[in-house]
Design a protein around this ligand. Structure first.
Ligand code: ZN
Length: 715
């Protein structure tokens, strides 16, 4: 029963489409006749090596059929649990529920990764079509009182049952999932909960649609190219193309997509243009027009509070954090406050540099928000003279992958064998690997898919076509994939990567290692808390630019020479510069996200923008820095997904920085005792323990923030 995955899919797409399969069946064409001889590979046991799916033979109809049948099959399994005449036990109820829905898991785990990496209009239509079916199916499970009463009986009697540690956690997770869906409420309150959920998701969607409109359709227009001094030729051409598209040929336009407006803020000399762009960007959703989000945000805050109250919590943040590693709002504030003071001090130091740079331009006034990025960039260039393109010549993608594999091998003894020619591929450009453990048993199958193409979503991620499980007592290896959009090779150069791209490869591979090494017996303990997820990935980034690892992979693409130490030193010094600004703008947004969701009553005519300004002013934010997102364009918190959760990024960074210290303290970044503990206590147990317990088991104590402050140059 992979319900967490299903609810994530449901949240990801809110549009609803009707079911088309009925009309399509009437029309018999040659394609349908061919279809008659076509076997749906998802409905049969795979005969491929390692049971990998036959991606190349699967059609959209196959996916539809497998998902619909999977739902039916799970319904029958649930009925069998409910109708079981025997008294509820862990085995006949909780384990049976956990193990139900395997066919549906198989179909969705194969289909959904492709909707991000190989998306077509047909795939998108199908995901819209099945989303309401999956949503209703999830409701059918969690709102089924007969099923809940059986689970509750096992939960209430658990103390007398002899359950393993893992089984206790499975029981607790399943019970709490029912509870969160309102299973313990009376009928009237259940109805209230359903209404609140509906209103909240409707408003979140409206918020996101408004924001999308404002981001794409708020323009700043420039008549004359001489007003664009400092922008690159490519940026100017893009601005000209956007103006042409908008019927303003000969002019230059910028919208509020970061790729369009960031270069202006960072490189454009024209102060007035920077001011216009900056104000337009910060005020998306706050322009008083029909796309204004202020009232929506205020209503969302109120409804989320109402929902938390209904479920017995004092505020929304307490409800959400109850199932997170942080546990309480106090723990989140405690962390954010400790970083805030040194970050603000650092930002004020950077402001001194900015004032110096402004003087060179004859500006004697105080810096404003629209001066920050521009003059900070200039100060950085003057201070360090670092050109990233020079470093990139040492970062060819196949070499970097050698570094990624080398690190995993030195830490955990795993080895990799290229089996691209032997396994079905979901795309011709992806490579397949067998991953062997130290004792030569097969641990996992890994696909690396690194280049951009049409139909691949922007960004980078790690997902699985099959999660680790046990079948008849035997471990089934996971099939894991890393999807990225790295710089491809060009006519005269191999695929040379930026520092960011290299970091991303190590990051996503850290997620992959977590998936390779997981070893659990129940589906419901395969996932970890949201604020723990990024620990395995972020810690893996720390090895990317360690001299010992660079020695292995960073070779000049023409000469094969090793990376010069002076260039590496320059990069390291440069990378810490600007962390005052970056940390303050991030923390400000995280604090506002918390401040809104710890409220225990909402004032009449609540104005979210004044509230944000007031709270940040009380904390002494430098007036030149706005939160990374202001409330009316803060989709992480207002669009759902990261509500009372934007802190998670820095929470995980505390863990990864402190965790890497455990290696460094021994004087050996590949220390086998520490690596063994990390594998045993963090990578292997899935969600059998709470994140903090796992971390303590690994480190011997709770994480300290010192390493993070040092890495960001704040200490
Ligand atoms: Zn990640």
């Amino acid at each position: 029963m992979k319900l967490l995955y299903m609810s994530a899919i449901i949240a990801a797409s809110a549009a609803v489409a009707g079911c088309k399969s009925v009309e399509m069946m009437d029309q018999i064409s040659s394609a349908d006749l061919q279809q008659k001889n076509h076997k749906n590979a998802l409905l049969e046991k795979s005969t491929n090596k390692h049971g990998v799916e036959s991606f190349e033979s699967l059609t959209v109809n196959d996916y539809r059929e497998a998902i619909v049948r999977g739902i039916e099959e799970q319904k029958a399994e649930l009925q069998a649990i409910i109708k079981n005449p025997e008294a509820p036990t862990f085995e006949n109820t909780v384990a049976a529920l956990d193990q139900s829905g395997k066919a549906l898991d198989r179909a969705s785990s194969t289909f959904y990764p492709l909707t991000s990496s190989n998306s077509t209009a047909e795939y998108r239509d199908l995901s819209k079509e099945v989303q309401p079916l999956l949503s209703a199916h999830s409701d059918d499970i969690f709102m089924n009182d007969e099923l809940f009463q059986r689970v509750k009986k096992v939960y209430d009697d658990a103390s007398s049952a002899e359950l393993t540690h893992e089984q206790q956690k499975v029981l607790e997770k399943i019970y709490k999932q029912f509870e969160r869906n309102g299973a313990n409420l009376n009928d009237a309150d259940k109805e209230k909960l359903r209404e609140l959920n509906q209103k909240i998701s409707g408003l979140q969607l409206q918020f996101s649609n408004n924001l999308l409109h404002e981001t794409n359709n708020t323009f700043v227009t420039v008549d004359n190219v001489k007003d664009l001094e400092g922008l690159s030729e490519a940026d100017i051409q893009r601005a000209a193309a956007m103006a042409k598209e908008q019927g303003q040929e000969g002019k230059y336009m910028f919208n509020m997509q970061r790729a369009s407006c960031n270069p202006v803020l960072q490189y454009c000399k024209n102060r007035e243009l920077r001011r216009q762009v900056y104000n337009a960007y910060c005020n998306r959703g706050n322009a008083g027009n029909e796309y204004d989000n202020k009232a929506i945000c205020a209503e969302l805050v109120q409804l989320r509070l109402d929902r938390a109250r209904l479920m017995g919590f004092k505020n929304c943040a307490s409800q959400i954090l109850d199932t997170r590693m942080a546990k309480t709002p106090e723990a989140v504030y405690n962390l954010l406050d400790q970083i805030w003071t040194p970050a603000v001090a650092k930002a004020n130091e950077e402001l001194a540099d900015i004032r110096e740079e402004m003087k060179k331009d004859g500006l004697d006034c105080e810096p404003e928000g629209w001066d920050y990025r521009y003059y900070l960039e200039r100060a950085r260039t003057n201070k360090f003279q670092f050109d990233e393109r020079e470093l990139s010549e040492y970062l060819e993608i196949n070499n970097v992958l050698k570094g990624v594999f080398y690190t995993a091998n030195r830490l955990y003894g795993v080895t990799f064998k290229d089996v691209t020619a032997e396994l079905p591929a979901y795309d011709a450009t992806a490579n397949a690997w067998e991953v062997y453990d130290r004792d030569s048993t097969l641990l996992a199958v890994f696909y690396s898919d690194y280049y951009p193409r049409d139909g691949k979503r922007a960004g980078a991620w790690c997902t699985s076509f099959r999660g680790q499980s046990y079948e008849d007592g035997k471990r089934v290896e996971p099939v894991v994939v890393n999807v990225c959009s790295m710089t491809p090779p060009s006519a005269d150069r191999p695929a040379l990567q930026t520092v960011d791209n290299v970091t991303t490869m190590f990051h996503e591979f850290g997620h992959a290692l977590h998936a390779f090494m997981r070893d659990v017996h129940y589906e419901n303990v395969s996932s970890v808390e949201r604020d723990f997820v990024e620990l395995p990935s972020q810690i893996n980034e720390h090895w990317a630019f360690e001299p010992e690892v660079l020695d292995v992979y960073a070779k000049h693409y023409k000469t094969g020479a090793a990376l010069p130490k002076a260039l590496l030193d320059k990069y390291e010094a440069c990378s810490q510069y600007g962390q005052g600004f970056a940390t303050v703008e991030y923390l400000a947004a995280s604090l506002v996200d918390m401040d809104l969701h710890v409220l225990e009553s909402i004032p009449e005519n609540f104005n979210v923008m004044s509230y944000e300004e007031q709270k940040l002013a009380e904390r002494g934010i430098p007036r030149q820095i706005q939160p990374r997102y202001r409330v009316t364009n803060f989709s992480h918190t207002m669009g759902g997904g990261y509500t009372a959760g934007y802190y998670s990024y820095i929470w995980a960074e505390v863990l990864d920085a402190d965790g890497f210290e455990a290696f460094k303290e021994t004087g050996d970044i590949f220390n086998q005792e520490v690596a063994g503990k990390f594998r045993r206590y963090v990578l292997t147990p899935g969600g059998i323990d709470d994140g903090m317990t796992m971390y303590r088991n690994f480190r011997g104590s709770e994480p300290k923030i010192d390493a993070l402050l040092k890495n960001r140059g704040l200490k």
